[in-house]
Write a protein that binds this ligand. Sequence first.
Ligand code: EPZ
Length: 423
Amino acid sequence: MDCLEITGGARLRGAIEINGSKNAALPILAATIFCEGETILRRVPDLADVRQMIRILEKLGLSFEWLGPGAVKVRVEDEMNCHAEYREVSKMRASVCVMGPLLAKRKQAQVAMPGGCAIGDRPVDLHIQGMLALGADFDLVNGDMVLRAKRLKGTEIFLGGAFGSTVTGTANVMMAAVLAEGRTIIESAACEPEISDLAEFLNKCGAQITGHGTPRVTIDGVQSLRGCEHTILPDRIEAGTFAMAAAITNGDLLLKNARIEHMLAVVDRLRKIGVIVERAETGISVSSSRRLEPVEITTQPYPGFPTDLQAQIMALLCLADGNSVVCEKVFPDRYLHVAELNRMGARLRKEGPTVIVQGVKRLVGAPVMASDLRASAGLVLAGLIAKGKTMVRRAYHIDRGYEKIEEKLNAVGADIRRVDEEL
Ligand code: EPZ
């Protein structure tokens, strides 16, 4: 059942509950490696990537007991195995986030170096640079990163790369530093809300982290961390995706739990396009009039426009009255959705890291191929407005980051069926 059959044309109306953030849940789950005693996490989204992270952590000696929807109790039962193997890591590169906690807590880590993926090379040189700065020994053995350290020592680390800050790199180095001797300062740290949520979780466990959410994070090493209770923050990318679903269908949606303060760059662009976005008591309301204005989009690290919403806003801009320009500064190759949108009648032209989006009057349904998590979300949005049927194939990509997307969208008026891949 790996194909979403979407019949376009409905205006979406109603309320959608926004889940806990995938990109906060993954590093926070990895951080439970530190915790003595019990940890209880709430609003953990039911996603393929989360299930994969849990599988990896179970192999690293952790146990998980589900207490109800989104609520899980975690315990560290055994610390012998410190090897996250290639066959597991290659399925979900964010599993690289186990490296910092393993090295800090168990003094060793063997983690397969993640390969590339559909959105481009996914280097981890900054992660390794951070670990070396903290005093770890490093070796690359048959594609595995092997690190050892009796006790890591706090230091100053510059984590800026050619494309700006690194989200999971900041998470990894911040976690490695929580048990290090003395003070660590991370300069050019990622400022994403998911990093702040991870730091809040670690501080509840007894860590001493300040400056999270800013480019300079300070970590004072402590002796140990104890489990705590923590609720994962709402997923700003899921909220942004559904905001664009409301906009592209000229609909009217209430996104419950969404936090507008985590989405200001997205709200800024949607308002410039002509979409009405307002803070509501329980989240954000999004509605759209008929006209869509063309705009310029440049993706940047937070608080800039998120690369994870680039495909989705490109789908929306296909229908604007005029030409828009989308420039992808974080993952310059993140454009596999361009050719698929053109199959639906869009008029997109890629010029290096930029795409010119020439607005058209309508999109027409067609069979299209999902390539990565967010590109597939963009294709679903296009299918919601396209004339006729759109078949989004390899829909397993979308299940990595969106919980029951067809159920959520059908509940507000969409017409999406999950069918077997067309023969
Ligand atoms: C995180 O990936 C997110 N994943 C991605 O979301 C998101 O697109 C990305 O941050 C950017 O916001 C998770 O949080 C699990 P980066 P991450 O390290 O940490 C370069 C989704 O759809 N870089 O911030 O892997 C890198 O090539 C996913 O939910 C280095 O050069 O991204 C990129 O150009 C997709 N060296 C830029 O930095 C490094 O050591 C940002 O990458 C690390 C990264």
